[in-house]
Design a protein around this ligand. Structure first.
Ligand code: GLU
Length: 298
């Protein structure tokens, strides 16, 4: 299988300029290292009808082209189930009946990192298990044997983060993102993961899970986000931040692409022209403040 990078949007709405900037970077990283570039629609959760088509249209409008067919997570339930069965057979899973509230209110284990699952259901005895099974459906959690794991990131260097007994399948039957992303990247031959740095904290969990499934850990680059003037991650409420909004305001897709490229220290023009001078070492390491519209975006 040819090695590949990817962009993996969740089709919850239109992409905004922050998502588009990450897509451009993922494309540049993949192409500059001779990799294929794949597109995966992460529609297990938060999918809105019509959003996928809008996202693909907007990626094409700024010049992001991908190889092969688009993959959708909702078509891949069998792969996720097989991975969970494998972990279960190896004694690496358990059923969890906790509600979010119970988890918040549970006393955390001594020295457990903040936000880690407190382990309430990890060692239920058969009677407790039987009783809990009669009360509500179970989520499936990973039985982790480490509290942290270290990954290497092209932009962040070594990063050590929390690994707890995270959820693999939610109690409504939906596969959890952390399991799906690991299984999908492996199945698609993806060995380079470029995405927003808000996901760096989840990466040790994913890399640890990959190690349990004998999957090679991909190369990671967690890229800085686009933020609003308050320094908060850009969102739809920050005004005209999608290509459709910007088009209504008279700003074309190529003009948006140029602003995004320049924000990365790259020349305006096609992505192929940017590729010719792209160097990961030259990328800005800080988040970028969206200049807003109107104003400097001309
Ligand atoms: N679907 C995730 C998102 O849109 C990205 C996941 C990933 O790149 O691993 O935030």
């Amino acid at each position: 299988m040819t090695s590949a990078g990817r962009f993996a949007p969740s089709p919850s709405g239109e992409l905004h300029v922050g998502n588009l900037r990450t897509a451009i970077l993922a494309w540049l990283f993949a192409r500059s290292t001779g990799r294929n570039f794949l597109l995966r629609v992460e529609d297990l959760d938060r999918a809105r009808a019509g959003a996928e088509a809008e996202q693909l249209r907007d990626l094409a409008a700024i010049g992001v082209r991908w190889d092969g067919a688009v993959v959708r997570q909702t078509d891949r339930g069998g792969l996720y189930a097989a991975a969970i069965s494998r972990l279960a057979d190896a004694g690496r899973t358990y059923e969890c009946f906790c509600t979010r509230r119970e988890i918040q209110e549970a006393p955390s284990a001594p020295h457990a990192p903040q936000g880690a699952y407190p382990g309430t259901c990890r060692n239920l005895d058969p009677a407790e298990l039987e009783f809990k099974r009669s009360t509500r459906p179970a989520a499936i959690r990973l039985r982790s044997d480490t509290a942290e794991y270290t990954v290497r990131d092209i932009l962040h260097g070594e990063f050590t983060g929390v690994v707890d007994d995270f959820v693999l399948r939610r109690n409504d039957g939906v596969t959890a993102y952390n399991l799906a992303v690991v299984v999908d990247d492996a199945a698609q031959g993806i060995d380079q993961v470029v995405r927003g740095d808000d996901l760096l904290a989840s990466t040790p969990r994913q890399a640890y899970l990959a190690s349990l499934l004998d999957i090679p850990v991909p190369e990671y680059a967690h890229v800085p986000l686009v933020v609003n003037s308050d320094g908060v991650r850009l969102a739809k409420r920050d005004g005209a931040v999608t290509l459709a909004d910007l088009a209504l305001a008279g700003v074309s897709a190529p003009a948006v692409r140029d602003v995004l490229l320049q924000s990365l220290g790259l020349p305006a023009g096609t992505l192929e022209q940017a590729l010719a001078v792209f160097r990961p070492e030259g990328l800005p390491r800080e988040s970028w403040v969206w200049p807003g519209y109107p104003g400097r975006l001309q």
